[in-house]
Design a protein around this ligand. Structure first.
Ligand code: INI
Length: 157
């Protein structure tokens, strides 16, 4: 008997997307945003169906994501930020809480929220993951949002 498999694809670019961006470590985050925009538009998402919401830092991302989710305008939200380890434990709080927060909103609102919040030990690692030798985490997050929108349409309740 054949197994039925459900899997999202990247072919329908008709969804609406909100990108919530933490401004902290802007030199990295702007590259993540470029990567996300490029991935969405090259998969057929029109610029008028993308909105960008800016917040001060990664710690503020969950609240903005929650508000955007409550507006019910988008098929998915993409959270972008860059948390880079410094000399204090502040890093741990910001990285842990921001990731937990976006997951919580995703579950509560039954909405894909892609986690493109980079959490790295050094500026070098951040640069590597924002469009150089380790890819672009913003683009990856956008692709996962596209895939999840497609998958959830196939798993309509
Ligand atoms: N915000 C970040 O987005 N990345 C960081 O690396 C960071 N560090 O390390 O401090 C950071 N801090 C600011 C934080 O997100 C809040 O904006 C701030 O605490 C005010 O609530």
């Amino acid at each position: 008997m054949a197994v039925t498999t459900f899997e999202g694809d990247f072919v329908s670019g008709d969804g609406k997307y909100a990108i919530v961006v933490g401004r902290f470590n802007a030199f990295v985050v702007e590259s993540l945003l470029e990567g996300a925009m490029d991935a969405l538009t090259r998969h057929g998402v029109k610029e008028e169906n993308i909105r960008v919401i800016r917040v001060p830092g990664a710690f503020e991302i969950p609240l903005a994501v929650q508000r955007v989710a409550a507006q019910k305008q988008d098929d998915a939200i993409i959270a972008l930020g860059a948390v880079i380890r410094g000399g204090t434990p502040h890093f741990e709080y910001v990285s842990g809480e921001s990731s937990k927060g976006v997951l919580q909103v995703s579950m509560e609102h039954n909405l894909p929220v892609a986690n493109g919040i980079l959490t790295v030990n050094s500026i070098e690692q951040a640069i590597e993951r924002s469009g150089t030798k380790m890819g672009n985490k913003g683009a990856e997050a956008a692709l996962s949002a596209l895939e999840m929108v497609s998958l959830l349409r196939k798993l309509e309740v």
